[in-house]
Design a protein around this ligand. Structure first.
Ligand code: NAD
Length: 430
């Protein structure tokens, strides 16, 4: 190899990594591959590669000190070929148009995988909720609903919680929507408090779905959850409940982290103690003296690694150092495409985000069904239905991966996009 060609190769690799760090671009790349494998024409890719609709809104909010601050928010609707769109609303300083668009496409894929009668949607507001008061958050939540009210609704687009949004925020949003429409509209939004029409099991649904995927993946890898060493990045809604479920199932949770750092104990952490001490943003590590970094956490020796925080955590930089036998993506987009390739070549079973974290939208769907029929299910009924959906989805994707000799991510995209494409064909769009 000449010095010149080596330079070209390195820069090509760096370019690929840069591109796969762009969530939107990497999502499109996999969709194109998946539609190609399924035999759809390029027009189908042209239709599904972008959301049908993206609304950008400016939200004036009166702050507690009397000043007015203008926030920017988005609502993206990927495809309504199957039914209304559905997806969370994120409050985060790094929310941006590309991310919201990519996340709405992922919601379509999740709904396709779990066979729900929805397409994908997603919303977000550029803000730092940690620096805002309770009342400022309420005014922002209500302002967002007023700004997007024309394109959302129980039969149009149904929001839900995501990063740094919770059942209280859903309650304010539902109240604002009901006031605008002048009738009680519990089916407008999911992830509500139980007393306002929330579903049993919704709060823990994402973590339950991840747990079910871990069970299935461990079976494929031929080891038992009992005594397995688990590492979880993120201790918010998804990560903290997952830690609890894993602990209760007899696994040894040896490390968990938040945005500031991680705690690690090879003998297993006291999860109930950590749950008691974390705040509503999923932070706890500042209470501890001996912490390790999030980077070190990802590379710990363990059986199961669950990124449950943010995107782009497993990259070409660290994929070769990941020691877990299975990686189950609770977060959206934690592993880049290049890193997926490296893990797959190394025999690590990666359960992709659009499958692993689909428990949340599945129980959101159950919540919407209960709201629409006005009849509510027990936690056992919800859990039984969730297990059925998740196990079936996992098996379908695992079999697709085996049949087509592709990794689980591409298989999940194939299963997820097929429904959207079929519906678009029947409607005569392509
Ligand atoms: P959350 O806001 O409740 O918690 C996020 C956690 O990640 C916190 O512990 C926070 O400290 C930590 N964190 C934030 N930035 C970090 C960083 N730079 N490095 C390490 N840790 C960091 O969020 P959540 O609802 O648990 O969601 C976590 C992930 O799971 C997101 O990617 C989200 O899109 C995905 N997800 C969540 C749900 C759900 O129902 N909650 C459903 C599907 C997917």
């Amino acid at each position: 190899m000449t010095a010149n060609s080596m330079t070209t190769e390195i820069s090509k690799e760096q370019q690929e990594e840069k591109e796969s760090l762009n969530l939107f671009y990497s999502t499109q790349t996999v969709i194109q591959k998946a539609l190609g494998k399924l035999g759809y024409p390029n027009e189908m890719y042209e239709l599904l590669k972008e959301p049908l609709r993206l609304l950008t809104v400016r939200i004036p909010v009166r702050m507690d000190d009397g000043t007015v601050k203008i926030f920017t928010g988005y609502r993206s609707q990927h495809s309504d070929a199957v039914g209304p769109t559905k997806g969370g609303v994120r409050f985060h300083p790094e929310v941006n148009e590309e991310e919201v668009k990519a996340l709405s496409i992922w919601m379509s894929l999740k709904c396709g995988i779990t066979n729900l009668p929805y397409g994908g949607g997603k919303g977000g507001i550029i803000c730092d909720p940690k620096k805002m008061s309770f009342r400022e958050l309420e005014r922002l939540s209500r302002g967002y609903v007023r700004a997007i009210s024309q394109i959302v609704g129980p039969t149009k687009d149904i929001p839900a919680p995501d990063v740094y949004t919770n059942s209280q925020i859903m309650a304010w949003m539902m109240d604002e929507y009901s006031r605008l429409r002048e009738f009680d509209s519990p089916g407008f939004i999911t992830g509500k408090p139980i007393v306002l029409g929330g579903s049993q099991g919704r709060e823990t649904a994402t973590a339950r779905g991840v747990t079910i995927c871990i069970d299935e993946a461990a079976k494929k890898k031929g080891f038992n959850i009992q005594g397995a060493r688990v590492v979880i990045q993120g201790f918010g809604n998804a990560g903290s409940y997952l830690a609890k479920f894993m602990h209760d199932a007899g696994a040894k949770v040896i490390a968990v982290s938040d945005v500031y750092g991680a705690v690690h104990d090879p003998n297993g952490l006291d999860i109930d103690y950590l749950l008691d001490r974390r705040d509503s943003f999923g932070t706890f590590s500042q209470l501890f003296k001996n912490t390790i970094s999030n980077k070190e956490l990802l590379e710990l020796d363990c059986d199961i690694l669950v990124p449950a925080a943010i995107s782009n955590q497993i990259t070409v930089e660290n994929a070769a150092n990941i020691k877990a036998k299975i990686v189950v993506e609770a977060a959206n987009g934690p592993t880049t495409l290049e890193a997926t390739k490296i893990l797959s070549e190394r025999g690590v079973l990666l359960v992709p985000d659009i499958l692993a974290s689909a428990g949340g939208v599945t129980v959101s769907y159950f919540e919407w069904v209960q709201n629409n029929q006005g009849y509510y299910w027990t936690e056992e009924e919800v859990d039984e239905k969730l297990v059925k959906v998740m196990v079936h989805s996992f098996e379908t994707i695992y079999e697709t991966a085996q049949k087509h000799q592709v990794d689980m991510r591409l298989a999940a995209y194939m299963v997820g996009i097929r429904k959207m494409a079929e519906a678009a064909s029947f409607r005569g769009w392509v």
